[in-house]
Design a protein around this ligand. Structure first.
Ligand SMILES: O=C(Nc1ccc(C(=O)N2CC(c3nccs3)C2)s1)[C@@H]1CCCN1
Length: 132
């Protein structure tokens, strides 16, 4: 029975309304897009880099982070599809892509009035075959 190694992760976004629409560019929210270890372990042991692909209207919409925190902070006015690609330290491990819909809006009154940020995140697991 091959041994497997499981690394729990969390990926997602937080968002906070500016309180009003910014005159300069019409942005209404600041947000963070991130991947983190569920157990706060050192992800550089098994991750080489993480690539975040944003909507193409963003400057340099493909952002690569080579060390933690694997997080990008941006601002905007709407929700859109993103791609998060994890490249592993082991060159034989194929990269993993997560398709993630950035969320800014909520029906929670505390989020709407900016009393608390929106947190929109998912749990997943990176599974590796233990080298035989
Ligand atoms: O919202 C949506 N797509 C979005 C794409 C990009 C968005 C955004 O927020 N920004 C672009 C970025 C820039 N600001 C200045 C120069 S580029 C700030 S929003 C869709 C449309 C209907 C439902 N959701």
């Amino acid at each position: 029975m091959p041994m497997v190694i499981v690394k729990p992760i969390v990926y997602g976004n937080t968002a906070k309304h500016f309180g009003s629409k910014r005159d300069s560019d019409g942005h209404t929210h600041k947000w963070k897009l991130y991947v983190r270890s569920f157990n706060n372990d050192d992800m550089t042991k098994y991750i080489n880099r993480i690539q975040f692909r944003l909507h193409e209207t963003y400057q340099t919409n493909v952002r690569v982070l080579n060390q933690p925190p694997y997080e990008i902070e941006e601002s905007g006015w709407g929700e859109f599809e993103t791609q998060i690609t994890i490249f592993f330290a082991d060159p034989y491990e194929k990269p993993v892509i997560f398709f993630f819909h950035l969320k800014l809006f909520s029906t929670d009154p505390d989020v709407v009035v900016g009393r608390k940020p929106l947190v929109n995140e998912y749990y997943d697991e990176l599974v590796f075959q233990e080298p035989s």
